[in-house]
Design a protein around this ligand. Structure first.
Ligand SMILES: *[C@@H]1O[C@H](CO)[C@@H](O)[C@H](O)[C@H]1NC(C)=O
Length: 230
């Protein structure tokens, strides 16, 4: 009797193993029905990565499309216009011209790049701690990745937000050529603060101070001419 049960159980086990193996085999050879037909054209958000390498960042809207939307907003247009008017002001007194090479430090989303372009300057390089393609590249303002004296004008609309203002000023002065200008904007201030900022630009002389409205804030624009000597 025991032997019969034993034989029966063995048969059951064998059958179970066979079914399991067959199922596994079928699963391996069969294409799952949930897969998309590769010939169907999928919208970008429906696309599955073909490999794990492809699973990385896949923007649903392209950066340019997104940028175009931002650049169409009133806030963006007003911001650019405020900068463009101050740049025109500076060009009228010949601090730069259309052929100047301009560096924008702490360029944020790139308002100043568009503003310089609009007034006629095409050679504009813009950097910020966080990049903002296609207008602004990533670089540390305290350690600019440029050779000495390669720019005619350096502009920073956020000088008072610098972590190390001394180092920041030194880098602007280094990358702007002798005879070029460094233009910095700080929160609207009096002559005492202007004097303090002036001390940081050790190889330049103060040539102009003006209160302006930039990007919706009252600011003081300070212009230094790089002399190369202290
Ligand atoms: C500079 O560019 C602006 C805008 O494109 C243009 O209106 C202006 O005439 C140019 N100035 C010179 C001197 O070429």
């Amino acid at each position: 009797m025991d032997k019969q049960i034993q034989t029966f159980l063995n048969k059951v086990s064998f059958l179970a193993i066979t079914i399991a193996t067959l199922t596994l085999f079928l699963l391996l050879i069969q294409t799952p029905r949930t897969c998309f037909d590769p010939n169907t054209i999928l919208k970008p958000h429906q696309k599955f990565p073909k490999s794990s390498c492809e699973a990385s960042h896949r923007p649903i809207t392209s950066p340019t499309k997104q940028n175009r939307r931002i650049w169409a907003t009133k806030a963006w247009r007003n911001g650019v216009a405020s900068l463009a008017s101050t740049f025109l002001d500076l060009r009228n007194v010949h601090y730069f011209n259309n052929d100047s090479h301009v560096l924008c430090v702490s360029a944020g989303a790139g308002h100043s790049v568009v503003a310089f372009n609009e007034v006629g300057v095409s050679e504009v390089t813009a950097v910020e701690i966080v990049e903002s393609p296609p207008l602004v590249s990533k670089a540390d303002p305290h350690n600019l990745p440029f050779f000495d004296g390669v720019f005619d004008l350096g502009f920073s609309g956020a000088f008072d937000r610098a972590l190390f203002p001394g180092r920041y000023a030194e880098e602007m002065e280094r990358t702007v050529k002798v005879g070029g200008v460094c233009v910095v904007a700080v929160e609207e201030c009096g002559s005492e603060v202007v004097k303090e900022v002036g001390k940081l630009f050790r190889k330049s002389e103060l040539v102009g101070v003006k209160n302006v409205t930039l990007l919706g804030s009252k600011m003081t624009r300070i212009v230094f001419k790089v002399t190369g000597t202290g």
